[in-house]
Design a protein around this ligand. Structure first.
Ligand code: ADP
Length: 394
């Protein structure tokens, strides 16, 4: 829905925010939200680039207008409290008029992690490690400051010019304190909701939820980055929500076959149904996934060192000979199970993205390779045979 004050890419009336226009030169549109437009802008004094989020706080319904204005102001307060960390979006300036609020934010030229993932399909463990470390550092920081984000997902993770993470959109964020130690509202994005959040909204006697819900969402993000599909998904939302509450997900083959046990272990610890037993963001940062191959720094393990040396030598020999020894792929497997071969799987997934422009669900019996199978349809074959028989008998 295009906000009524920002239709046709026009800039909001200059009189409503003279101060903003006095300091900033608005440029092209970077993206649109439900009631906002985000433009690149240049600070006149310094020539520095920023992203101006222009929020339309007016509404036909005055009751909704004041609630939305209050919510936006609350978001600004929380953003100010959470900012000051490398991986949380920096709020540079705020201007407020009767119809618009202008948030001048740090510019993230590479946009949403969601769009990046859509273009590359899946991320390697190395890239996932880079992204997840920064996401968890930001999450640990806000948790230390008593803030719960409640909407961690790839759409709310922006990437700056060096592909560093900036957590944004604190619209659902809340502060935990002595007056409100646990929360109960049903807020967030369905596929990322934690079991205790769903239970708190369904059953009166449930104790509510806290910052652990962000770690669960991080588990969903990490799973999705590695394989390109989410851990919890079903066409019928109730079935998906039940799977979440029971923590029912799988490391499906073949996508998970090439992924290390260390990565799987961290995801398992983040996607633990009981929030009391779930790993915290700080503990997750200490996990072996972020520290090499899980070797203990204190004790030298001769057997493991020898094993590592063998792998290194074999890898070096393989790299040297790589040009002459292309990967063996038997035509039999290519025809029968193309999706089992990593390079073909990646190509199939990339094609699926290009054709459908979104993730194509991979169900229990569903195979994305089937989308590109080019077998003659049975009835066409039948018609051909009948025609052949008719010609022979004529
Ligand atoms: P809303 O919260 O109203 O949904 P968003 O904050 O999601 O709006 O912004 C809408 C779009 O604008 C985003 O999808 C993103 O592409 C772009 N955007 C938002 N903030 C920035 C930023 N700081 N730098 C670059 N692009 C941004």
């Amino acid at each position: 829905m295009v906000p009524k004050h920002i239709q046709d890419d026009e800039l909001p009336g200059k009189d409503v925010a003279k101060e903003f226009y006095a300091h900033y030169e608005p440029k092209e549109i970077l993206g649109r939200g439900v009631s906002s437009t985000v433009r690149r802008c240049i600070e006149k004094d310094t020539g520095r680039e920023f992203a101006a989020k222009i929020i339309d706080v007016s509404s036909t319904d005055s009751a909704n207008e004041s609630t939305f204005l209050e919510a936006t102001r609350r978001e600004i307060v929380i953003l100010r409290k959470a900012s000051g960390h490398n991986h949380i979006i920096e709020l540079h300036d705020v201007f407020e008029s009767t119809t618009f609020i202008f948030l001048v934010l740090e510019l993230c030229p590479h946009g949403e992690l969601f769009d990046y993932l859509t273009s590359v399909v899946t991320l390697s463990e190395k890239k996932t490690r880079h992204i997840m470390k920064q996401v968890l550092e930001a999450v640990a920081f806000i948790h230390d400051h008593g803030v719960v984000h409640r909407d961690i997902k790839p759409e709310n993770i922006l990437l700056d010019e060096k592909f560093n993470v900036k957590i944004t959109d604190f619209g659902f964020a809340a502060e935990l304190g002595p007056t409100e130690p646990r929360l109960r509202d049903l807020l967030g994005t369905p596929g990322y909701l934690a079991p205790e959040l769903l239970k708190a909204s369904m059953y009166e006697n449930e104790p509510g939820y806290g910052h652990e819900v962000d770690v669960w969402a991080c588990g969903v993000v990490m799973y999705t980055l590695l394989v390109g599909f989410p851990p919890f998904w079903h066409r019928k939302q109730m079935i998906m929500l039940r799977a979440i509450m029971e923590g029912r997900y799988e490391f499906k083959s073949p996508e998970w076959d090439d992924i290390t046990e260390t990565a799987k272990d961290l995801i398992t610890k983040m996607l633990t149904v009981d929030p009391a037993k779930r790993i915290t963001a700080r503990q997750a940062l200490q996990h072996a996934f972020f520290h090499g191959v899980g070797q203990s720094k204190q004790s030298f393990n001769a057997r493991r060192a020898f094993h590592l040396a063998c792998i290194t030598v074999r890898a070096m020999i393989r790299i040297q000979r790589l040009r002459f020894t292309p990967e063996m792929i038997t035509t039999d497997i290519v025809i029968r199970e193309p999706y089992r071969i990593r390079t073909l799987r990646k190509a199939v997934d990339a094609c699926a993205f290009r054709v459908y422009n979104h993730w194509v669900k991979r169900g229990e019996v569903q195979n994305r390779a089937a989308l590109f199978e080019n077998r003659a349809k049975c009835d066409l074959i039948l018609q051909k045979e009948i025609r052949k028989e008719q010609q022979a008998s004529a």
